[in-house]
Design a binder for this molecule. Structure first.
Ligand code: 8YV
Length: 328
């Protein structure tokens, strides 16, 4: 039977399913007390499954039997894909099941930044609601605005649908190629990043993080945005040059930001981003609902079992490299 190392975010049902096909070592989290046991388990593991996996080449070196890594996330920028390809190790992720929830999170941030929900809620809770609100507390509309989506993949498209169908927004998007389904059903417009930045009232980032998207939103990009615009990031912190963003918010280059992700997580509470009234910060909860996290864990289990003993995984990132590298 294959040996499986499971790390974080797995419930009883998922562990039971894994136990049926293999011998499982489960680590609820890693700490100084169990790191040695984890490393020992990895030395003979065929499969690794879990959330917030941190795996580097040295660890792969010490895991000679490893065949499959199944991450409980759609993003895999934290994993050494090239080294895994070279070794013929399969990487599975969990797209689709988190698309709608993550798009909901983007909309929560859009609503919160446009209508100043967090700031004004604090006013009420802190006893500063002393007279009727006036222009100093007014926000900005959501409906009817121009929504710019940077990266119209699965999640970007789901955000576009909410904007166009639910809020009557006009939608601009960047993508490698135009997406006929977005154009036909939503009237969305494919355009360059520069044009999107110049025209959008709300710029929403939904690209994966990679060398290509590192600091895609830098000082120059922020300067192209409207001074009245808001930036929403549910992708990865490092898609944005955070220092440039802080400066842009402080100087009024843009009006507001709604952020679920940061360069360093957890965000330091002393960061200016956590202190500005025009910034809404969330603790990376894009997919964090009971329903969706359960679906992600189940999908990751299906992927691992499918790959190790079944008919293949549901979602694989590098199927072409799988096992090929093992021959050499
Ligand atoms: C994960 C995410 O929870 O799926 C992703 O890529 O950002 C979240 O859903 C996070 O990556 C931690 O694993």
């Amino acid at each position: 039977a294959p040996r499986i190392v499971a790390l974080r975010r797995l419930g009883e049902e998922e562990l039971a399913a894994l136990n049926e096909v293999g011998q499982v070592d489960y680590f609820e989290d890693l700490n100084e007390g169990n790191r040695e046991a984890f490393e020992a388990a990895m030395a003979s593991a065929h499969g690794l499954i879990g959330g917030k996996l941190e795996l580097d080449e040295a660890m792969l070196e010490r895991s000679p039997n490893l065949e499959v890594v199944s991450t409980i996330s759609v993003g895999y920028d934290q994993l050494p894909l090239e080294a895994m390809n070279r070794r013929g190790i399969l990487l599975c992720n969990t797209p689709d099941v988190l698309t709608e929830t993550t798009a909901d999170t983007a909309f929560a941030l859009i609503m919160a930044t446009q209508r100043r929900l967090v700031e004004l809620s604090c006013m009420v809770r802190e006893g500063r609601w002393t007279s009727h609100v006036g222009p100093d507390q007014f926000g900005h509309d959501v409906h009817g605005k121009a929504l710019g989506i940077v990266g119209a993949g699965r999640i970007g498209a789901a955000i576009a649908r909410r904007g166009a169908l639910g809020f009557g927004m006009s939608v601009l998007y960047t993508a490698r190629a135009p997406k006929p389904e977005l154009e036909q059903h939503l009237g969305a417009e494919h355009c360059s990043l520069d044009e999107l930045l110049a025209r959008a009232d709300i710029v929403c980032l939904a690209v994966p993080y990679s060398d290509d998207t590192h600091h895609l939103i830098d000082a120059d990009a922020l300067a192209r945005m409207k001074p009245s615009a808001a930036l929403i990031n549910i992708a990865r912190g490092k898609v944005v040059d955070e220092t440039a963003l802080i400066e842009a918010l402080e100087q009024g280059t843009i009006r507001a930001a709604g952020l679920d992700v940061f360069t360093r997580e957890p965000l330091d509470a002393d960061s200016p981003l956590a202190r500005m009234d025009n910034v809404v910060v969330l603790p990376h909860i894009g997919s964090a609902t009971h329903e969706t996290r359960a679906a992600m864990a189940r999908r990751a289990v299906d992927n691992l079992i499918g790959a190790l003993v079944g008919e293949g995984p549901v979602n694989a990132v590098n199927k072409a490299s799988w096992r090929a590298g093992r021959a050499s």
